[in-house]
Design a protein around this ligand. Sequence first.
Ligand code: ADP
Ligand code: MG
Length: 706
Amino acid sequence: MITAPENPSASPLAKPVATIRGVGPERAAQLARLKIATIEDLLLHRPRRYEDRRQFRPIAALQLDEPATTHGTVVALGVKRFRHGQKSVFELILDDGTARLHCRWWNLPFMEKYFEVGDEVVVFGKPLLLKPRTIDHPETEVVENGEENFIHLNRITPVYPLTEGLPQRWLRSLIWRTLQDAEPNISEPWLEPLQVTGCGLKVEGNRVAESAKPSTSNLQPLTRVPSRSNAIHMLHFPEAPNDPEIARRRLALDEFIGLQLRIQLRRRKFEAAAQALPCGGDNHLIKPFLASLGFQLTAAQTGVLREIRADMRAPLPMRRLLQGDVGSGKTVVAACSALMALESGYSVALMAPTEILAEQHFRNFQRWFEPLSLCVELQTGSHKTGPLRSTKPNGQARQNAPAPLSPARTPRLIIGTHALIQPDFEIDRLGLAIIDEQHKFGVAQREQLLRKGRYPHLLVMTATPIPRTLGLTLYGDLDVSVIDQLPPGRGRIKTFVRSPDQLPKVWTFVREQLAQGRQAYVVYPRVEEAGPGGVKAVTRELANLERILAPFRVALLHGRMKAAEKEKTLAAFRANAAQILLTTSLIEVGLDMSNATIMLIENAEQFGLAQLHQLRGRIGRGSRQSCCILVSSADGDEARNRLGTLEETTDGFRIAEADLKMRGPGELLGPQQSGMPDFRFGDLRSDGDLIQTAREQAIRLLSRQQ
Ligand code: ADP
Ligand code: MG
């Protein structure tokens, strides 16, 4: 990204680190382990932390449990062995004139060879005792006398991630030297459109080079940040404590702009090549479908359908993400969208992540579409129905039906799992591809499904609320529709956070509810082994729960049970033969029992907010008021505030934002979100403003090239 514009690979910054004087094959191999291959990689190697070595803390002033940097002279050292030589401790005693400090390393006797009496040593660590002052396993750096000390001492000093055999001082000196030589070669990648080519993007022709210099008024957000070259300097050798963060934000901005440019370019390429199929429909199937549904669409559903219809009539193929909380009614929206394509004479594919979900959709759509004489097929690993078999309510083939049109000409709805994207499976005249639970699929699978047709329309659906910043990075090339309203007639869910000492009252409340004929879920984090700090496991708590709640009956459900056992347990709960379902987060998706109105989750701090939100989506399914009780022993304001978010709101998006801030994106992204780069500097949790700026900047940069 900081390469010269004309030919990135010829840039001095793209040279391998082995070309730097003093970097031999062994050092190069060590650097490679840190993913440092080029000079640019070295310059972007981010310090792990900084030590303010302008003033060391006197040893006498060290505080218990408070991390600090100090230094002193080695006055004694040695290894003590015990337990017949199996265990050892290496001890180093430093003196700085104010007091002595004992540094200890357990079972690392070879440490001895790194120090000598008389060495001056910089130490960073957390005192664990004050009598005598002791730090276990501190980070240390031996001061060597030499002209290079201005790099390592008397400044805010960077401390880098290392790998075995690579000394901190050596790496710091290398980065210092390299930076002196390279700084003139670090150019601004974005301020001049010419240099857009420097980020690994291909910009066709030479138009870029001819475009006028940007007017500075367009560049408000960037003029307030340091140049890239300054930022890299500030990253390694800051002058003020705040410099590293200023530098990080500037470098993060470059990363986000790079990503947004890729997204926008992909979008442009798509717009230039794609021709949309006319799939707006004429209502002749939707009208009877809606009339047969038995409920009215919510305003949110209708609004989304209006957007989808406009897309499916537009000259460009639809690329739309539909977000809606669990139970908000996305399936009906998918059905209406499918009908638009079918009305227009095109086939539709609906892909779901599991067979169970695909089969559930298949049953629903069959029930809905059969009266309309439409063809619904199932295509999963274990089930394949032909176009004819599924069209009768009793599931039998239409024996005496007139020969159908050639199947190739009959528009069909094909529902399936990954089986849909197998190479040998073909879909004729694919007009619309729908992906349910999109976050369970990768971008590559989405593309594979689209390739079953010629630029079909695409609707992807997810119940995982994705905060705006993440949406702009993950789905920057999709338009977003939101169902922000639940169907009417659902009971409200009240949520309370309680501490374990309030449990007796909670159990009394639960028993009252059970006595009124309600049912309850009790959720613990673990299956078999209780965890540290009293984290409960369902199998261990069963007897206890039976005792507390007798005469009501408790059924146990967890992921290590066999499928048949699970079925049996669920059937018992469904039939109210058991009033309490004791279970794990296994029930996060799928269960739908309207008589269950109570959910008690213990050790609630063990779960993510978004996950707790999905869990409590299991109650509040009927028209009665439901109640979710989160029991947590976690003290501290942060844990309290976190769970408090759930007391305050049932808005999945607000909850996801809060979760993202506190726990990072992993939880929301799911396992397969490939296409998401690893950011060195960018932080999806806190850089929402930068992502927004980057998006605007990318659009501006590209429009200048028109
Ligand atoms: P999700 O968005 O989680 O996929 P579903 O599509 O499964 O939600 O819908 C949940 C339930 O709500 C289904 O039983 C569905 O038939 C019902 N439903 C959907 N829309 C409405 C509506 N407008 N009015 C009443 N019930 C609805
Ligand atoms: Mg769904």
